[in-house]
Write a protein that binds this ligand. Structure first.
Ligand SMILES: [Zn+2]
Length: 286
């Protein structure tokens, strides 16, 4: 699943290439791509055609485009969803699912998704804490890149959860944007085992962890931002798209860059957690 930095690059691409343009036509090639839009294909097209795409927005790992109607197109990139901006007439991609054509006859916006776990839906917009959000993500907390992010409140929320620290980090209602990869990297930086109970963490240590998560996401964003090809707006949802330099995630058996011990992999919520057994000792059972 794409994490915050990848989604932010997609957002920037959409903002640069489609914001301010009026959609003339909507084609849905595969109904599965709009399965979250319950009223169906005709309704989906009718809510977008003739509207301007006002602005591309993001909160955490969620991405949407505001429509001039006051609604929003919410995009789920899933495992393999891509947004491509292509000149009209470019041969269709094999896994093209949705095409938006614009009134200015300029480049099309194409949603391409090989595995079809992603999709698009038109959603009503609600105002939460002064911010307009698509209704399905109204419960998602601000992410650390948000100018209005409240670090102190986020630290308190993480500590209040009373669970394993990694579960708290991944809980998008506490702090959004942190997924499995950046959680493992942040825990490595903060020298915390993923199973440490949050109520045993000091506010200072929790703050250190949150800052580490923010720093690794910013670093990935810097890399992604520079490798981004502005012409072929390859807004790729696949993780691994950025050439991340990772210290723990996916590094099983490789030496810890800090102490040299082999990074270990442990099962975690149907996925894996990677950590250094020396720098990140497992908590003793209380
Ligand atoms: Zn180590």
């Amino acid at each position: 699943m794409p994490e915050l930095p990848e989604v932010e690059v997609v957002r920037r691409g959409l903002q640069d290439h489609v914001a301010g343009r009026v959609v003339s036509r909507v084609e849905v090639m595969h109904p599965r791509a709009i399965r979250r839009h319950l009223p169906g294909t005709v309704d989906f097209g009718g809510r977008i055609a003739g509207r301007e795409l006002v602005a591309a927005r993001r909160r955490g790992k969620y991405l949407w485009v505001d429509l001039s109607s006051g609604e929003a197109v919410l995009a789920h990139l899933g495992m393999s969803g891509q947004m491509l901006v292509q000149p009209p007439g470019t041969p269709d991609e094999k896994h093209l699912r949705v095409r938006l054509t614009f009134a200015d006859d300029g480049p099309e916006l194409r949603f391409v998704d090989q595995r079809t776990f992603g999709g698009l839906s038109v959603e009503p917009v609600v105002t939460v804490d002064g911010v307009p959000l698509p209704a399905p993500i109204a419960h998602i907390a601000r992410d650390p890149m948000d100018p209005a992010f409240d670090r102190t409140a986020a630290i308190a929320a993480l500590r209040r959860r009373r669970t394993e620290v990694k579960r708290a980090l991944l809980d998008q209602t506490l702090v959004s944007g942190i997924g499995n990869i950046y959680a493992d990297e942040a825990l490595w930086h903060a020298r915390l085992h993923w199973a440490r109970p949050t109520d045993a963490l000091t506010p200072r240590k929790t703050g250190e962890l949150l800052d580490a998560a923010t720093a690794v996401m910013n670093a990935a964003l810097d890399v992604g931002g520079t490798s981004f090809d502005a012409l072929y707006v390859n807004i790729n949802g696949q993780s691994g798209y950025f050439d991340r330099s990772l210290n723990a995630y996916g590094q099983e058996g490789l030496p810890c860059p800090r102490c040299g011990r082999a990074i270990q992999r442990e099962p975690f919520m149907n996925r894996s957690s990677f950590s250094c057994p020396r720098c990140q000792p497992r908590p003793t059972t209380s």
